[in-house]
Design a protein around this ligand. Structure first.
Ligand SMILES: Cc1cc2nc3c(=O)[nH]c(=O)nc-3n(C[C@H](O)[C@H](O)[C@H](O)COP(=O)(O)OP(=O)(O)OC[C@H]3O[C@@H](n4cnc5c(N)ncnc54)[C@H](O)[C@@H]3O)c2cc1C
Length: 479
């Protein structure tokens, strides 16, 4: 094992291995990765591993598209095949508002060179013959949606990194980290000490164990997340093509083909956070106890959408930890308050996004800037109000709304009143409605009547015309 390296990446999941590979691609070869167990032994090995181009902002679309292109390139290597199926995918839409959103995402993605298509309900059922089209207004079609073997993918990134000069030390937990007077990081591992210029925390759900070694607590917690796998389905056995991926914002589920059966994952409303009181050191390559009862309500509706499931057995249930940050987006970039320390944390769709995240972080580390706008993922965006309680409340809310994209000017209820100014009660008493900005409650408009409700929309929302500046009550508030 080396005693000195330019970079030490801690954690050998998709996030760490992608960072290591992209550092070598940017020309840095004196880089190492330290993994406490086997590569992929955190969340990566058991992921449903869907790889979509869909993202709510252009940065996410761009980096997901990079993942996809990279995974196609890696899986084309005949010496090291990867199970990668590009099936296309449909995000179902149940209302006109869903479709308005999808039209917005089509044009936004076009700006990143990514093509989606809005289709009607009948077309959804034509492209996915196991679904009924009742209640569907349509859907968003991603022609390059698919799924990949997450372990093969991570191993491929590790192999490519090694070919670029990187070294990987497995079964070697990091136990302590200190910074020397000259600013170098001294990383103490079970098998020895490595002194380096830059350190990367890519430790998945152990984010705050290694965070504590660096003296920081990141606004990231873990949620339990479940999917189940079914027995073979005759219709799938009879056809020589794979059905597309489904994601449903109304019934909170996703589904893809797995062998000749289906994999169905659920984002249940009665969800559970995990690991806040510490994680057993022996929890590695492990799953959490099954609790599919939490998902019964969703399952009833999933079975109505895909009636074939009613007569199909479930052979495996997977429940694993998945990380969420205080605003649902990952932390990729410099760790605030530290020199030469970087985060690759809070990955909640790390398989699909990991290729892009690794490129973004490597570019930031090597060049000081990245191909895409980095601010949305910059770890420095969080302020002091992101306590563990706040982060948990936000993570639960994000989990419950996994496929329910934000509408313009939509402000959700979790984590509210984190920060208020002395004017808050004054404006509130005069009928102001508020929305949070960096935790601060900011007045948006005055309600014209006590029972007025803001209905967000991609067209004019119901507050259109209620200008704060034009409101007579606003001038009253100023005197
Ligand atoms: C049920 C389920 C389904 C999912 N489905 C999808 C999906 O369809 N698509 C998708 O994109 N994502 C999916 N995900 C999410 C995905 O699995 C994660 O986003 C991704 O695996 C996170 O990767 P990571 O590298 O950040 O963390 P991990 O894979 O957890 O890797 C972190 C690594 O750090 C190591 N480590 C921790 N502490 C130390 C230490 N002190 N020293 C050295 N090493 C250390 C760990 O051993 C681990 O190997 C799913 C997750 C779950 C639970």
């Amino acid at each position: 094992m080396k005693t000195h390296a330019r970079v030490v990446v801690i954690g050998g999941g998709i996030g760490g291995c992608s960072t290591l590979y992209h550092l070598t691609r940017e020309g840095w070869s004196d880089v190492v990765l330290v993994e406490r167990d086997e590569l992929t032994s955190g969340s990566t090995w058991h992921a449903a591993a869907q790889v979509t181009q869909f993202g709510a902002i252009q940065t996410m679309v761009g980096l997901k598209r990079h993942s996809l292109d990279l995974y196609r390139e890696l899986s084309a290597d005949p010496e090291h095949p990867i199970n990668y199926h590009i099936t296309g995918g449909i995000r179902l839409g149940h209302t006109v508002e869903h479709l308005d959103g999808y039209h917005h995402f089509v044009s936004m993605a076009k700006g990143m060179g990514v093509e989606f298509e809005v289709i009607d309900g009948e077309e959804c059922a034509r492209r996915h013959p196991l679904i009924r089209s009742h209640g569907l207004a349509g859907g968003l079609w991603d022609p390059l949606d698919g799924d990949i073997d997450p372990s093969q993918l991570t191993q491929a990134l590790a192999r490519k990194a090694r070919e670029g000069g990187a070294e990987i030390y497995r079964f070697n937990p990091v136990e302590a980290i200190e910074q020397s007077a000259s600013g170098e990081w001294v990383v103490h591992t079970k098998n020895g000490t490595i002194t380096c210029e830059k350190v990367v925390n890519a430790t998945g759900y152990r984010v705050n164990e290694v965070g504590a070694m660096l003296g920081v607590e990141h606004p990231v917690i873990s949620m339990e997340h479940m999917y189940f796998l079914t027995e073979p389905i005759a219709q799938l056995e009879a056809q020589d093509w794979r059905v597309p991926i489904l994601r449903c914002p109304a019934d909170d589920f996703y589904s893809r083909q797995e062998k000749k059966g289906l994999l169905v994952g659920i984002y249940e409303q009665g969800c559970k956070s995990w690991g806040e009181d510490g994680i057993d050191p022996s929890f590695t390559m492990e799953l959490l106890p099954n609790d599919l009862d939490r998902c019964l309500d969703n399952m009833e509706r999933v079975f109505e959408r895909m009636p074939v499931l009613t007569d199909t057995g479930i052979h495996t249930i997977v429940n694993g930890p998945i990380t969420y940050s205080a605003d649902g987006l990952p932390l990729v970039g410099k760790i605030p308050g530290l020199r030469n320390a970087y985060a690759m944390l809070g990955l909640r769709a790390g398989i699909g996004e990991g290729g892009g995240h690794g490129r973004m972080l490597a570019e930031i580390m090597v060049h000081g800037e990245a191909t895409w706008d980095t601010w949305a993922l910059d770890p420095r965006r969080f302020l002091g109000h992101c306590t563990r309680e706040y982060t948990t409340a936000m993570a639960v809310q994000d989990y419950q709304n996994e496929f329910r994209f934000h509408m313009p000017h939509e402000h959700r209820p979790a984590g509210r009143l984190a920060k208020t100014t002395p004017l808050y009660p004054v404006l509130k008493a005069r009928g102001a409605e508020f929305g949070p900005v960096a935790g601060w409650e900011r007045a948006l408009y005055y309600k014209p009547t006590a029972d007025f409700e803001h209905v967000p929309s991609f067209h004019h929302s119901s507050w259109h015309g209620l200008s704060l500046m034009r409101s007579a009550r606003f001038s009253n508030a100023l005197v």
